[in-house]
Write a protein that binds this ligand. Structure first.
Ligand SMILES: NC(=O)c1ccc[n+]([C@@H]2O[C@H](COP(=O)([O-])OP(=O)(O)OC[C@H]3O[C@@H](n4cnc5c(N)ncnc54)[C@H](OP(=O)(O)O)[C@@H]3O)[C@@H](O)[C@H]2O)c1
Length: 317
């Protein structure tokens, strides 16, 4: 495993990090808690020290699963969780009101069985609450030692500029993968100029880039990934299959899987600190961690880039 520092912190995070959204067991199909625990433990055994969760993942369920899996190992793990999205039975509601931030924090600490959070993200912007009110609450919680470093997710450069006028943030968590490179034009240069880390999500595009879907998939009714990751569409399916064929040939040269090519690709891009990958069992988790051993060469990176620009430019950039 390789490690990189989130700038201006002492957080030396694994370049492959574990995402736990699916472990919430309410959005990605049926997941068995023991399989989730095995996935977390296999990740740690393979050198992953960075685990990403949120109250919104199964209304706190994923945080409880993380706590069980890391019992006795808390000091070896960098825990990132988030505030500002309430998960109801049917919806995700953005709420960055001071009262909800305080509630999120107390509940996350209790569920994660820890005294402090290493990295605390604002999950999504909330246009109904003045950002200043949210930030003042977060500043107080930080002063009380409830979390160590503040970060943001799904923020624009304008919003990052605004929050940096009020307090320090250390990194951004955006959507980024071979099939979603929208952050490259403005956000990556902004983060580099402002010494902000980039911890990216959706590295496998919700499993599209594992190559397991060679036909348009029909996900189970309780598996919503195709709604969140908008790539499972007839209009771009042939071009996506072309990408998978190119990845097949690269994976063969490296004796690795397509998922490992996708993970290596993301972690080799400019400005990227660590890439989040979701895993549903120990086998997936271990294979994803091993992607840190795969290094794509300049020719392969160029081949992928040319394909994406020629065939999928409008969707991806
Ligand atoms: N900040 C935000 O707004 C935000 C949004 C989205 C995600 N995230 C974070 O980022 C994390 C990662 O993103 P993600 O979980 O959405 O999607 P992802 O990493 O793109 O895809 C994960 C899914 O791919 C499949 N998979 C994983 N490893 C595999 C392997 N080695 N072989 C075959 N299939 C494999 C699994 O599903 P199947 O086995 O069912 O195919 C798994 O659930 C999340 O868990 C969450 O922590 C944050």
């Amino acid at each position: 495993m390789n490690y990189r520092k989130i700038p201006n912190t002492d957080l030396d995070v694994s370049t492959v990090a574990l995402g736990t959204w699916a472990m919430g067991n309410d959005f990605w199909g049926d997941i068995d808690d023991q399989e989730s625990i095995d996935a977390i433990q296999a990740s740690i055994d393979a050198g992953i020290n960075f685990i990403d969760t949120a109250p919104a993942y199964g209304a706190g369920h994923a945080e409880k699963v993380v706590a069980k899996a890391i019992e006795g190992k808390r000091d070896k793990i960098i825990i990132a969780t988030k505030t500002g999205v309430i998960r109801t039975k049917t919806e995700f509601i953005r709420d960055l009101s001071p009262a909800n931030i305080q509630k999120d924090m107390e509940e996350s600490l209790r569920r994660l069985k820890t005294d402090f959070i290493d990295l605390y993200y604002i999950h999504w912007p909330d246009t109904n609450t003045p950002l200043e009110d949210s930030v003042n609450t977060l500043i107080k919680l930080k002063a009380q030692g409830k979390f160590r470093h503040l970060a943001v997710s799904n923020f624009t450069t304008e919003l990052m500029e605004q929050i940096q006028g009020m307090t320090d943030i250390v990194c951004l968590q955006p959507n980024y993968s071979m099939v979603n490179r929208k952050i490259e034009e403005q956000i990556v240069p902004y983060c580099e100029e402002n010494e902000l880390g980039l911890v990216t999500y959706g590295t496998l595009a919700g499993s599209l880039l594992t190559g397991k879907h060679r036909e348009l998939p029909d996900f189970a009714e309780n598996d919503n990934r195709g709604r969140f990751y908008n790539y499972y569409r007839q209009d771009i399916w042939p071009q996506l299959q072309g990408l998978l064929s190119l990845m097949d040939s690269i994976a063969e040269i490296h004796s690795c899987t397509l998922a490992q090519v996708a993970i290596a690709w993301a972690s080799q891009q400019n400005g990227i600190t660590s890439v989040l990958v979701g895993a549903k069992n120990a086998k997936q988790a271990n294979a994803n961690a091993q992607a840190s051993e795969v290094a794509l060469n300049d020719f392969e990176l160029q081949e992928i880039d040319s394909y994406l620009r020629n065939e999928l430019r409008e969707t991806i950039f």
